[in-house]
Design a protein around this ligand. Sequence first.
Ligand code: ZN
Length: 202
Amino acid sequence: MDVEAIYKEAGALLEGHFILSSGNHSDRYLQSAKVLEDPKRAEMLATELARHIRQSGLEVETVCAPALGGVLAGYELARALGVCSIFVERKEGRMQLRRGFEIHPGEKVLVCEDIITTGGSAMEAAEIVESLGGEVVGFAALANRGFCARSGSGKKPKAKCKLPADKPFFALADFEFAMYAPEECPLCKAGSEAVKPGSRGN
Ligand code: ZN
């Protein structure tokens, strides 16, 4: 599966000159929610991710996603795996399991995101699952931003990766972009102006 082509076709992978949330500049930008805009595309990606997870032999009873970004990906992955889908959400600054969702002791939970950057939100979700007696069996995301190492990629996680090394991390592709401090940005030096992707047209 050419994941990058699918993201481009969906308008989820932009090319140009962008200001990232970190303040750095890049020639590419991921607008992760866009790839899930078409349910058929979301289903196709989740089915492929589920295939990787099944192949590994990992036993999963429930998929848990951190809201808001992870919910659609988690739901589609749960559907593809034939398991239940729950989510945690931020309330008064901390992640919580609400809405009557429950985790039983020893429940095998896979934490799923649309995209894993450093894995911070995924780890917050994992901590809640474990505090409620569940067992976090692994992590999954449609896209990996390149800080963490997905299982089978042969790469090493970078220092910023917060996911534990002893649990599998499944993702469809690595999206590793060149990032530049504004004063060192070659695109700026070439005379183009950086834009904030979200600020155009909305
Ligand atoms: Zn620039």
